[in-house]
Design a protein around this ligand. Sequence first.
Ligand code: ADP
Length: 163
Amino acid sequence: MNRKAVYPGTFDPVTCGHLDIIERAAKIYDRVFVSVAHSAEKTPLFSVKERVLMIREATSHLKNVEVEDFEGLVIDYARKKKTRVIIRGLRMISDFEYEFQMALTNRKLADDIETIFMMTRENYAYLSSKLIKEAAVLGADVTGFVPDIVAKRLNKKLSKLQK
Ligand code: ADP
C-alpha cells in the first residue's frame, strides 16, 4: 500500500510544532508532502522559496517527506498528488473554529478528501510562526522553538531588515 498525505500551510517560518506534526505524520504515512502555500494575502516574511528550503533542511532526516510549494485550492493540489488525506495541526480551541470551517468547506468541495487533525505536543501548544517572528523582532533567542537553520535565517533576515 502507498498511503500518502499532504500537510499544507504557510510555514512562515516552520517551527518545532510544525516539525513535530511532520515527524509524526511520516510515521503513519508512506509519503508526506509538506506543501507550502504562497499565501500572498498574509504578506509572509520569507519568500516561498526560502520557506521551502528551510523545511527541506529541517526534514532532511525524513526520507519519506517531500517539500514543495503550491498555488490554488488544497483539494486540487491533493488530487494532483493522488492523495485523499489533508493533515492539519490543532493547538488549542482558538484553532478549532478556523480549522473546522476549512475542513467542512473542503469536504463540501471534495467529498472524497478527508482532513485528518493531529493534536499538538503539549510543549508546542502555544507555539506559532507569528509569535516566533514577534519575539525575534524584539531580540528574543528563539533557539529550541524553531529548527536551528530557521533561527539562523530569521536573525539574518531581521538584521537585514533593521539596517
Ligand atoms: P496556516 O496554514 O493556517 O497559514 P501555519 O502554516 O502556521 O498556518 O500552520 C499549518 C498547520 O499547522 C495548521 O493546521 C496549524 O494549525 C498547524 N500548526 C501550527 N503551529 C502548530 C503547533 N505548534 N503545533 C501543532 N500544529 C501547529
